[in-house]
Design a protein around this ligand. Structure first.
Ligand SMILES: Nc1ncnc2c1ncn2[C@@H]1O[C@H](COP(=O)(O)OP(=O)(O)OP(=O)(O)O)[C@@H](O)[C@H]1O
Ligand SMILES: [Mg+2]
Length: 262
């Protein structure tokens, strides 16, 4: 399973993205790129536009201005289904899981796009559907092993700690076998130990599965530890972009975090 991590070419390129909601300018003329196999962090104070940026990448929001190029193809009219089909999966700032369903079944929902047999075939458990179901279950079991959650595979998600729910949500996203994984605050609300676990899983996904990761995170220690490059947003504008060390030394970034008036 081990893969020597090597950062590749640009796979996602955003140019001049502007997004507003009525009078609220959530994003103003933002450009940055993501390289294959890298861990790219998006940081910035509350309301900076970080989640909006992820929502633009996976087609939830359509920017009024700007261009998105994914694997050399310029994307127009992106919607969430097309984004998912093209290999982009995500987790949400507020956990989006079926609380009454087991861990296993929740992760299985991440396989939906990969399923070929239709609902009726599955209901009848007809030959090909049966084979397909078994293959999907195997994939899901692999993910469960990878994330070390075998012991809770049958537990309803609503009964789990917040940290474990976040891990299950990561599992659901991984079940889609994405090329790009978008994580919106995967460590929010976690204690130190849970954060360390989640950091390790993110690094393992990146290293062993080769998945490109775009991550929003408020914990600067974590960001500096695990990301290759960082984009900094403030009031919908990009104020920094570079390696963790570069953005830490950027005066505009320091001012934004210290709350200096601007
Ligand atoms: N659907 C929406 N309708 C109206 N305004 C929105 C919508 N989504 C985001 N906004 C506004 O856009 C701005 C950026 O919000 P966004 O959620 O992207 O910030 P964020 O950086 O993710 O913040 P946080 O760290 O608090 O999650 C905010 O002013 C927010 O109120
Ligand atoms: Mg957000």
């Amino acid at each position: 399973m081990t893969q020597t991590r090597k950062i590749g070419e640009v796979i996602l390129d955003l140019q001049g993205i502007s997004l507003s909601f009525g009078g609220v300018k959530a994003l103003t003329n933002i450009s940055f790129n993501v390289k294959e196999h890298e861990i790219r962090a998006i940081i910035g104070p509350n309301g900076a536009g970080k989640s909006s940026m992820l929502n633009v990448i996976n087609g939830v929001y359509r920017p009024q201005l700007g261009e998105i190029t994914y694997r050399g193809v310029q994307r127009k009219d992106m919607n969430t289904y097309a984004a998912a089909k093209s290999g982009i999966a995500r987790t949400f700032q507020n956990i989006a899981l079926f609380k009454g369903m087991s861990v296993l079944d929740n992760i299985m929902t991440g396989r939906n796009l990969k399923m070929k047999s239709n609902f009726l075939m599955q209901a009848l458990y007809w030959g090909p559907a049966q084979k397909e179901e078994i293959a999907h279950r195997e994939k899901v079991e692999e993910i469960i092993d990878f994330l070390e959650i075998q012991h809770i595979r049958k537990t309803p998600v609503g009964r789990l700690s917040y940290g474990l729910q976040k891990r299950v949500e990561l599992g659901r996203a991984l079940a889609a076998e994405p090329e790009i994984l978008l994580l919106d605050e995967p460590m929010a609300g976690m204690n130190v130990e849970e954060k360390q676990d989640m950091s390790r899983f993110i690094l393992d996904v990146n290293d062993q599965l080769g998945t490109t990761i775009v991550l929003i995170e408020h914990d600067m220690g974590v960001v500096m530890d695990i990301s290759d490059r960082v984009v900094v947003l403030d009031y919908g504008k990009k104020i920094g972009d570079g390696t963790p060390d570069e953005v830490l030394a950027n005066q505009e970034v320091i001012n934004a975090y210290l709350g200096v008036a601007h």
